[in-house]
Design a protein around this ligand. Structure first.
Ligand code: DGL
Length: 278
């Protein structure tokens, strides 16, 4: 099912993720493009995506795009690396609405940051297995070498709130030591949860390694896309006017507490949606 694209500049931007991680992307959009409304969907009932198949993640992503379209969104941001890796191509073909993922902007930023041509990527098993960062980076610069490392324990550690904790430090050392040994100078935080443990990763990697957060570059690309399409909203919107709306597939209260620890806009309520209906 495809719907005609909404050309109303005051329409919201749809942002989705497998759960709470995409809030790091939403936060960046709020910072960089403060006049835009956001409808956020976190698939908290079906998280994690990082250990699921391409078919499953694509089916979930399709349902979420259909849900976001009921909010007449003018653009959609796939604020999940795994969904960007697995589903973005199909979504772009199937829907008329402009859709932006987080992988391409992250790959671009890393290609610009590296000096020695050795880039590391940390992400879910799915994102690493898809080699998607590698493919995008090689298109920009075929001489760069990319080293991928899946760090599956980081997601539950972040969700448990252990952002600054000796346990997270220990796990980070185990995961990251091999990347230190191969002398990378740039590391992509290729999972939306990882910016929340950025300081731990930075400490373990040392100051010579530049950390790339794809969320930052994604918000920039979103702004550019909106400008190009004449869809950027210039008029300020008050917080009361449904500026930021949050939906989840389960656990709205837990999501709300977590969201308020990431986004400091005195948020918010989150509503539960039966996403299987879409
Ligand atoms: N949001 C996912 C990502 O960026 C991580 C969590 C998950 O596995 O669903 O890849």
């Amino acid at each position: 099912m495809s719907m005609e694209q909404n050309r109303d500049v005051s329409a919201p931007i749809g942002v989705f993720d497998s759960g709470v991680g995409g809030l790091t992307v939403a936060r960046e959009i709020m910072r960089q493009i403060p006049n835009e409304k956001i409808v956020y969907f976190g698939d908290t009932a079906r998280v994690p995506y990082g250990s699921k198949s391409k078919e499953t993640v694509t089916r979930f992503s399709r349902q979420i795009v259909r849900f976001l379209q009921t909010h007449r969104v003018k653009t959609i941001v796939v604020a999940c690396n795994t969904a960007s890796a697995y589903a973005l191509e199909d979504l772009e073909k199937e829907f008329d609405v402009p859709i932006i993922g987080v992988v391409k902007p992250g790959a671009k930023a890393a290609s610009q940051a590296t000096r020695n041509g050795r880039i590391g990527v940390i992400a879910t098993e799915a994102t690493i297995g898809s080699h998607i960062y590698s493919q995008y980076i090689k298109k920009i610069n075929p001489d760069v070498t990319i080293y991928g490392k899946a760090c599956p324990l980081f997601v539950p550690l972040v969700e448990e709130g252990l952002w600054e904790d000796p346990v997270t430090d220990e796990i980070a050392k185990r995961y990251l030591n091999e990347l230190i040994d191969i002398d990378i100078d740039t590391l992509i935080l290729g999972c939306t949860h990882y910016p929340l443990i950025r300081s731990t990763v930075a400490r373990v990697m040392g100051e010579k390694v530049t950390l790339v957060n794809p969320a930052f570059e994604t918000a920039r690309e979103l702004r550019e896309t909106l400008e190009k399409k004449g869809l950027l909203n210039d008029a300020p919107i008050g917080l009361g006017e449904n500026k930021y709306q949050f939906y989840v597939s389960d656990g709205a209260e837990k999501f709300k507490t977590f969201a308020n620890s990431i986004i400091k806009y005195g948020i918010l309520s989150a509503k539960t949606v039966n996403i299987e209906e879409f």
